[in-house]
Design a protein around this ligand. Sequence first.
Ligand SMILES: Nc1ncnc2c1ncn2[C@@H]1O[C@H](COP(=O)(O)OP(=O)(O)OP(=O)(O)O)[C@@H](O)[C@H]1O
Length: 269
Amino acid sequence: MAEPARSTGAPAASLKQAAVGFDGRTLWQDLDLDLQPGEFLAVLGPNGAGKSTLLKVLLGLQKLTSGSVEIAGHPVRRGSAAVGYIPQQQTLPEETPLRARDLVALGLDGHRFGLRLKPRALRTRVDELLEEVGAADYAEMPVGLLSGGEQQRLRAAQALASNPALLLCDEPLHSLDLHHQQAVTELIRRQAVERGSAVVFVTHEINPVIEHVDRVLYFARGQYRIGSVHDVMRSEVLSELYQAPVDVIEHQGKLVVMSHHLEGYHDHD
Ligand SMILES: Nc1ncnc2c1ncn2[C@@H]1O[C@H](COP(=O)(O)OP(=O)(O)OP(=O)(O)O)[C@@H](O)[C@H]1O
């Protein structure tokens, strides 16, 4: 059984007056955000709004142009065991010389957790994680022969392995079927609620996670809004953010966001 994510009393992540941009163009600015342990933050916004860039900032892969960022009370740094990351889906090459269980174990090896675990305990923890994401049946398979969705479930298991204070998820449900979307969502929710990891969940679709979300951070046109689902996912708030008419309609517990501008009339679910 995993230990609770380490708590230092500091927010799991803290951004103060943070701004980021490229080539003189500001992507977002004046971002103030304290994420508490166990909090589930959904990050939404159109293509190119800067959602993945926020994750890169928290991973220490992208510098802010101004402001500051800390993880669990410490300056952000690359490769921190305090941060788990489920990247956007990419397919691993067929010849990748790893079995499914090796990919999960990478989340333990090299981190302080892995150093502390004896080989048998390591194997037990990996088996537990494989079971949790429904990947036990293909534990011994070479990863390159697995489907995109199967690989994605392993990445989720790997990201949870070190029991991070902060769990970053970049569209982790993309390419998963409904059953496995629910399984991975449940795994992430449990990590937050039972083990106290703060979750930053980038997604185009809020509905699959809507019941777990504590706050929404919505980026558009260089601005952002943050608050509860109810506070942010409203026609007035999103119309102001997009500076164009946006309709948010609630239908059978789901939110449908519709807009006429840019990519035409579409919804988010
Ligand atoms: N290293 C970089 N140099 C220059 N521009 C960059 C760099 N990284 C990202 N960008 C630009 O910043 C913008 C935001 O990218 P980002 O990937 O954060 O968007 P996103 O909101 O995650 O979009 P999507 O929904 O399409 O995944 C894009 O226009 C991208 O081209």
